[in-house]
Design a protein around this ligand. Structure first.
Ligand SMILES: NC(=O)c1ccc[n+]([C@@H]2O[C@H](COP(=O)([O-])OP(=O)(O)OC[C@H]3O[C@@H](n4cnc5c(N)ncnc54)[C@H](OP(=O)(O)O)[C@@H]3O)[C@@H](O)[C@H]2O)c1
Length: 242
C-alpha cells in the first residue's frame, strides 16, 4: 500500500479532529479513533468529502480490550500504520480550578490513566503495525505544562498554570517518549513529544489564544516528514526543554 496510514486517538473533536482533517486533505488514509461510536462515526462522515479516505476506529484508550480490538481491525483492513498520533487526553482539574495541595488521589489516577497508561497502551498494541511501515512514527501529544524546565522557569508563561495531575502526567508521557526513542531507534520507529500551544478546544477553553488549525500544525508537519527526528520535545518554535 503506497498511501500513508495515520491513526489518531481522540479524534472526534478538538486538535485530533483537525489533524485528521488536514492529513486527509494531504492524501493520508485517516483512521479516526474515538471512544464513542456515534461521535466517532459522525466525525469521520463529516471528513469523508471528495477523495478523502477517513474511517472511524472504535478506540477507548483506557480499555485494553478496546485497544486490542482496534489493532486487530487495523491489521485486517490496512495491515500497517505509518503514523500514530497519541492525542486523547484529559485535564479535569483545570476547569475545576483544583490547587495541587487539594487534589484528590482519584483525579491524579484518572489523569494518569488516560494521559500516560492509555497512551502507552496504544503504543504497545500498535507497535507491530508501526513496524510494518517503512518508517513508523509516533507523535505523543504532550504539553509544555509537563516540561520541568518550563514549570521551574518563572519567565515561562507555562509556570503560571500550577496544576499538578496534568503536568505530572505529561512529564511521565515525556519520559516514556525518551525511553522508547532510544529503544526503538534500531527498528526505524521515530517517537517525539509535542506541544500544540494553548488551543481553543473544550480542554483548552475559549480563553486560549490559538486556533485548532495552529494547534495541529506541529503534528501535521511531523506526520508529513519522510525523515522525522526522534526523541525530541517540539512545538512550532523548535525544541522545548524537557
Ligand atoms: N487545548 C490545549 O490548549 C492543549 C494544550 C496542550 C496539550 N493539549 C493536548 O492535546 C490533546 C487533545 O486535546 P484537545 O485540546 O483537543 O481536547 P478536547 O477537545 O477535549 O479533545 C480531547 C479528545 O480526547 C478524547 N478522549 C479523552 N479520553 C479518551 C479515551 N479514554 N479514549 C479515547 N478518546 C479519549 C475525547 O473524546 P470524547 O469526546 O469522547 O470526550 C476527545 O476526542 C490532549 O492530549 C491535550 O492534553 C491540549
Amino acid at each position: 500500500m503506497t498511501k500513508k496510514v495515520v491513526l489518531i486517538t481522540g479524534a472526534n473533536k478538538g486538535i485530533g479532529y483537525e489533524v485528521a482533517r488536514q492529513l486527509a486533505d494531504n492524501g493520508f488514509i485517516v483512521l479516526l479513533g474515538a471512544r464513542d461510536p456515534e461521535r466517532g462515526e459522525a466525525a469521520a462522515k463529516k471528513l469523508r468529502t471528495g477523495s478523502s479516505d477517513v474511517h472511524f476506529v472504535p478506540l477507548n484508550t483506557i480499555d485494553e480490550q478496546s485497544i486490542q480490538s482496534a489493532a486487530e481491525m487495523v491489521t485486517k483492513k490496512w495491515e500497517k500504520v505509518d503514523v500514530l498520533v497519541n492525542n486523547a487526553g484529559i485535564f479535569p482539574e483545570y476547569s475545576l480550578g483544583i490547587r495541587p495541595s487539594l487534589l484528590e488521589v482519584s483525579m491524579l489516577k484518572d489523569t494518569f490513566e488516560t494521559n500516560v497508561f492509555g497512551s502507552f497502551g496504544v503504543i504497545h498494541y500498535f507497535l507491530p503495525l508501526l513496524k510494518k511501515a517503512v518508517v513508523g512514527q509516533i507523535v505523543n501529544v504532550s504539553s509544555t505544562l509537563g516540561s520541568l524546565g518550563s514549570m521551574t522557569n518563572p519567565d515561562s508563561m507555562y509556570s503560571e498554570t500550577n496544576t499538578s495531575a496534568y503536568n505530572a502526567s505529561k512529564s511521565a508521557l515525556n519520559a516514556l517518549t525518551v525511553a522508547l526513542a532510544k529503544d526503538l531507534l534500531p527498528e526505524q520507529i521515530r517517537i517525539n513529544s509535542i506541544c500544540p500551544g494553548w488551543v481553543q478546544t473544550d480542554l483548552g477553553t475559549d480563553a486560549a489564544p490559538r486556533t485548532v488549525e495552529q494547534g495541529a500544525t506541529i503534528i501535521v508537519k511531523l506526520a508529513m516528514m519522510e525523515h522525522p527526528p526522534t526523541g525530541k520535545f517540539l512545538d512550532d518554535d523548535g525544541e522545548i526543554p524537557w
